[in-house]
Design a protein around this ligand. Structure first.
Ligand code: C2G
Length: 136
């Protein structure tokens, strides 16, 4: 039984999120998703439309997701891997050129999956801000 872990905010859920969760789950038999808390995002200068409890509720309802945990800090990853008996950590490939998660390879496999082109929470927000889209 292979256990997979991934991280993210998952605000205004879209098909890019669904696809990475599906592919992450297909890499194993059990998928844990660490959803960023509002406090963690605030520390990164990010503010989501939906609060943590709502985003966690939505992610937990996705059929590929077996368990949701809170992502409260950058430093918790080793603890998450050990506590949840994780074999593979999956990240979107926006991180692939960075070596900041290399230390995780001492604990599990680290896999970067390509992002879905043409959609992001930021783009959705920008589109909705444009008057035309709001009047549709
Ligand atoms: N994603 C994707 N395709 C998109 C948009 C997002 O595959 N078009 C992936 C991201 O690569 C990420 C996941 O969906 O793996 C969640 O995306 P975000 O909510 O934007 O995640 P982010 O806030 O970047 O959090 O420690 C890791 C960070 O918390 C990642």
């Amino acid at each position: 039984m292979k256990r997979v872990l991934t991280y993210g905010t998952f605000d205004l859920l879209h098909h890019g999120h669904i696809r990475i969760l599906r592919r992450a789950r297909e890499m194993g038999d059990y998928l844990v998703v660490a959803v960023s808390t509002d406090e963690f995002n605030a520390g990164k200068g990010k503010k989501s439309y939906m609060d943590y409890a709502t985003r966690a509720e939505i992610v937990a309802a996705i059929r590929y997701v077996d368990k949701v945990i809170p992502e409260r800090s950058w430093e918790q990853k080793v603890e998450d891997i050990v506590d949840n008996d994780i074999d593979i950590v999956v990240m979107g490939d926006d991180w692939a050129d960075s070596d900041r998660f290399d230390y995780l390879r001492d604990y599990c496999e680290l896999v970067f999956l390509p992002r879905t082109e043409g959609v992001s929470t930021t783009e959705i927000k920008e589109d909705l801000r444009r008057e035309g889209k709001l009047l549709d």
